[in-house]
Ligand binder design. Structure first.
Ligand code: SF4
Length: 73
């Protein structure tokens, strides 16, 4: 499973980081959601690969995001 976060539209609510803190974090400078460093694709903070053990919580975070900017493929 691949995650892409449309960071420009993130409203920094913190839901994804509460639901799945192993995978999501808030950027230090802009407080928008980003992928935790160890799961990033090519170092991109808006895209990452989800390990099987985190698929459930990442999916829940995507479902709960109030502006639906966490995209799963
Ligand atoms: S749940 Fe959505 S709006 Fe809230 S911090 Fe995460 S990506 Fe941003």
């Amino acid at each position: 499973m691949i995650v892409k976060i449309t960071r420009d539209e993130c409203v920094s609510c913190g839901t994804c980081t509460d639901v799945c803190p192993e995978f999501f974090e808030l950027g230090e400078e802009d407080t928008r959601s980003q992928v935790a460093e160890q799961y990033r694709n090519d170092g991109k903070r808006d895209e990452g690969t989800v390990p099987p053990e985190l698929e459930a919580c990442v999916t829940e975070a995507a479902d709960l995001c109030p502006v639906q900017v966490i995209l799963l493929t």
